[in-house]
Design a protein around this ligand. Structure first.
Ligand SMILES: Cc1ncc(COP(=O)(O)O)c(C=O)c1O
Length: 435
């Protein structure tokens, strides 16, 4: 296992942070528990780079877990935030920025006939689930093992022991009663899903899925599976809910809905639509959204919802994404990295796969084809990943600190950055690291 390079200032700050915050962090994976060692503390992000408090520079492939598709501190996004901030940070009342961002989102996603802005992906999914229930008058939500939808109580669920069982809480502090209306199915399993629908179809309010599941590695789904969910939801009156918090404006301007040409009834967004500020959104068919208060009886609200800074950062980001043909560029970079990595895996006879959809990628260190279901993940892949993680960190590449987190390319990356990553992986594999 490579010795972590000394980062005395990060160490010192971490010792202070753990006195004040659980494990010193404000979101658990940041604590580095999955890979060991001390979290790196950063002072600056610029384009594709992060700079830590010990004066080291990293090529960033985490991108703050997805929002930074344009890289850090894009000048136009920063300018939009500055200009907006000078006119007031929040009004707690309607303003034109909300309309502008909603229109930009709708232009790419025609299924968003109406939408609401909130302040995080968690809030977006929690609200979409509530609306699905309010609209249908039904209770049950079907979700899929390995998909993450934020930390709302009813979605922190493990699969129960049987195939079509009610979920059990996956977090302390969530009463079993809160998850009893959540059913967990396997991804890529038409039969299992059918069984659940046969048993509960008449009471299923929503079928919730990450159409590009990117929270347990990258468990790419067959289009037919997603199409099947669409068909069964239409037949039973359940709402198909696409959680596009990662995939929205990432895998295409119109997200997974565009990529797979499937219109969900409801969709949730976060990350990119806030351009690096805390913004989420949920939306869908007007008929459904009209159940939200004060038009309807589904309550949802937020002091800072639609706040001007988030709207401005999101709008600037979407405008750049739309005008500069960034998806083609990201696809080219992604394909280049994929081809290099596959050559390296062959050269070093590594049991590994490079899984990719556009600018989202995942290195899976295990033999065989990459899985489509969470339960097929090889637990040893995480053991192999840890030394590779530290080797890459030592060489100046920053990734989310876990074997099951995906990497993100951004528009500020170029060929030199992906080639540098491939060279570093080449050197690591040559030393038996990651094999
Ligand atoms: C698919 C998906 N849904 C929801 C969430 C929750 O979003 P947030 O962390 O903004 O609450 C995430 C977070 O990573 C996510 O990846």
């Amino acid at each position: 296992m490579p010795e972590p390079r000394p980062r005395p200032r990060s160490e010192e700050l971490y010792q202070r942070a753990v006195q004040l915050m659980p494990a010193g962090v404000n979101s658990p994976v940041r604590a580095f528990r999955a890979v060991g060692g001390t979290p790196v503390f950063f002072t600056k992000g610029e384009g594709p780079y992060l700079y830590d408090v010990d004066g080291r520079k990293y090529i960033d492939f985490c991108g703050s877990w997805g929002p930074l598709i344009l890289g850090h501190a894009h000048p136009r996004v920063v300018a939009a935030v500055r200009e907006t901030a000078a006119r007031g940070l929040t009004f707690g009342a309607p303003h034109e920025g909300e309309i502008a961002l909603a229109q930009a989102m709708q232009a790419a996603n025609p299924h968003l006939q109406k939408m609401r802005f909130v302040s995080s992906g968690t809030e977006a999914v929690m609200s979409a689930v509530r609306v699905a229930r309010g609209f249908t008058g039904r209770d049950i939500i079907i979700k899929f093992d390995g998909c993450y939808h934020g930390h709302a109580d009813s979605l922190l669920v493990n699969a129960g022991s049987g195939l079509v069982t009610f979920g059990t809480p996956s977090s302390a502090g969530v009463p079993a009663d809160f998850t009893k209306h959540t059913i967990v199915c396997d991804l890529d399993d038409v039969e299992g899903f059918d069984r659940a629908m046969r048993e509960h179809g008449g009471n299923v309010a929503g079928v919730l899925i990450e159409p590009v599941p990117a929270n347990n590695g990258l468990l790419l789904q067959r289009a037919e599976f997603l199409q099947y969910l669409r068909k069964r939801c239409a037949e039973t009156g359940a709402c198909l809910i696409f959680d596009e918090v990662i995939s929205g404006f990432r895998v295409a301007f119109g997200g997974a809905a565009q990529l797979y040409q499937i219109a969900p009834d409801l969709a949730t967004y976060g990350k990119i639509i806030g351009g690096g500020l805390p913004v989420g959104a949920y939306g869908g068919r007007s008929e459904i959204l009209d159940h939200v208060a004060p038009l309807g009886r589904v309550y949802q609200a937020g002091t800072l919802s639609g706040n001007p800074l988030g709207m401005a950062a999101g709008l600037a980001t979407l405008q750049i994404l739309r005008s500069e043909n960034i998806y083609e560029r990201l696809e080219r970079l992604g394909a280049r990295l994929e081809s290099s990595m596959n050559q390296l895996f062959t050269k070093h006879r590594a049991n590994a796969s490079f899984v990719r959809r556009g600018s989202v990628f995942w290195i899976y260190l295990a033999p065989g084809a990459p899985p489509r279901r969470a339960k097929d993940l090889d637990a040893d892949s995480a053991r192999r990943f840890t030394p590779l993680y530290h080797e890459l960190l030592n060489r100046g590449f920053y990734f989310g600190p876990s074997a099951y987190e995906v990497g993100f390319l951004c528009a500020a990356h170029d060929e030199s950055h992906v080639d540098a990553l491939a060279e570093a992986v080449d050197a690591a594999l040559a030393n038996g690291i990651g094999i």
